[in-house]
Design a protein around this ligand. Structure first.
Ligand code: 5GP
Length: 197
């Protein structure tokens, strides 16, 4: 009966989007995580088809040519994109969809689907973000610097988002995003359509 909604989670690399999203998925079986495609190398523990679809640059280009992406963008030397068909299939089942994507991708989705809800997740401070990114140990220092730089540039777009959540603790961020999702389903359009049905 419920209409599926798309929730876009954006925020600088290292802010903890992955952890927050994993917690949201664990407590909400109606939520579908859109597994992105990427040309970057898998990190330790990342599984193809679960965390990402890991593609070569050639494969990524052919997905673009086949119009398989809802959006795609370049991020610090690699390509990332959201496969369209899984998102649409989940929405058709009335499920909510969560996209963990960077800002250019968020803008592309917003242009095509303005009803998608954009949530910016910020760190409590840039110093804390740097600490988390270094502590994670998944990138060398040069990549850490590029990711931090990119995060600061992206922050300029945060004020145009629908919501702004500070990930000071995971519990706090998860509570706020859960509240946002609940509130978004209490809009009159959706509720009145449900009653009509
Ligand atoms: P990471 O390499 O740390 O997994 O991701 C780097 C950045 O790419 C993150 O900000 C993440 O949100 C973003 N990203 C992941 N998947 C996609 C996607 O499908 N499209 C876009 N535009 N960005 C993505």
């Amino acid at each position: 009966m419920r209409q599926g909604k798309t929730f876009i989670i954006c925020g600088p690399s290292g802010v903890g989007k992955g952890t927050v999203v994993a917690r949201l998925l664990a407590s909400n079986p109606n939520l579908y995580f859109s597994v992105s495609a990427t040309t970057r190398q898998p990190r330790n523990g990342e599984v193809d088809g679960v965390h990402y679809h890991f593609l070569s640059r050639e494969q990524f280009q052919s997905w673009i040519a086949e119009d398989a992406f809802l959006e795609h963008a370049e991020f610090v030397g690699n390509y990332y994109g959201t496969p369209k068909k899984y998102v649409d299939a989940a929405m058709a089942q009335g499920r909510d969809v969560i996209l963990d994507i960077e800002i250019q991708g968020a803008e592309q989705v917003h242009r095509q689907r303005p009803e998608a809800v954009r949530i910016y997740v910020a760190p409590p401070s840039w110093a804390e973000l740097e600490r988390r990114l270094i502590g994670r140990g998944t990138e060398d220092m040069e990549k850490v610097r590029s990711r931090l730089e990119r995060g600061k540039q992206e922050f300029a777009a945060a004020s145009s988002f629908d919501y702004f959540v500070i990930n000071d603790t995971v519990d706090h961020a998860v509570t706020e995003i859960t509240a946002i999702m609940t509130a978004e389903h209490c809009k009159p359009d959706e509720r009145i359509a449900m009653i009509d049905k």
